[in-house]
Write a protein that binds this ligand. Structure first.
Ligand SMILES: CC(C)(COP(=O)(O)OP(=O)(O)OC[C@H]1O[C@@H](n2cnc3c(N)ncnc32)[C@H](O)[C@@H]1OP(=O)(O)O)[C@@H](O)C(=O)NCCC(=O)NCCS
Length: 150
């Protein structure tokens, strides 16, 4: 059975992290890992970046967002980024990563989590619906705002 785990980004794994790539037709749906890490560097108290390993193989990247005092409610807690490598999708790694962020959110006392997704044929909408997120009806800068009660 494959052992899944999240790890922090370190000097030893950051280059491999920056080489993670989703399928070409998915690239418009998520930022490059390097961009996400730059954003995490700029907001270290808010961003929660983690690498996803299956046994000893790096298979993805997830970034949670925890900013409980943010005046904009939907930025207080959620999934900020999720990239499962091309060739590693459909194996439950995305679900594992989202559930790990939700566990961290519960540990911090959050009562809901949000995510934004770009609508479209190759987007992650059905993935997030499958995991229990529901559209709020709000569209922010062209992205659907989804929410899940914890
Ligand atoms: C979306 C993404 C994160 C899903 O990760 P994944 O590891 O392939 O998904 P999982 O294998 O964990 O799937 C979990 C469940 O969602 C379902 N699912 C995943 N992608 C789906 C899709 N495109 N359509 C329908 N169902 C889907 C799976 O069938 C599975 O259901 P099950 O638990 O009942 O078997 C991945 O495809 C990805 O990285 N996409 C490109 C980047 C992206 O869009 N990121 C999100 C930015 S907000």
């Amino acid at each position: 059975m494959t052992a899944l785990r999240l790890t922090e980004v370190t000097t030893g794994n950051v280059r491999d992290a920056c080489r993670l790539a989703v399928a070409p037709h998915q690239q418009e749906h998520v930022a490059l890992v390097a961009q996400s890490l730059a954003e995490a560097y700029a907001q270290p108290d808010v961003a929660w970046p983690r690498l996803i390993y299956a046994d000893d193989e790096l298979v993805g990247f997830v970034m949670g967002c925890f900013d409980p005092d943010c005046p904009i409610e939907y930025f207080r807690c959620g999934i900020w980024r999720l990239n499962i490598a091309d060739g590693q999708q459909g194996k439950g790694y995305g679900r594992f990563a989202v559930e790990a962020v939700l566990d961290e959110a519960r540990r911090r006392g959050s009562d809901a989590a949000t995510v934004f997704w770009v609508p479209g044929e190759h987007g992650p909408e059905r993935f997030y619906l499958r995991l229990g997120f529901r559209p709020t009806g709000r569209i922010v800068e062209g992205q659907v705002l989804g929410r899940l009660e914890l």
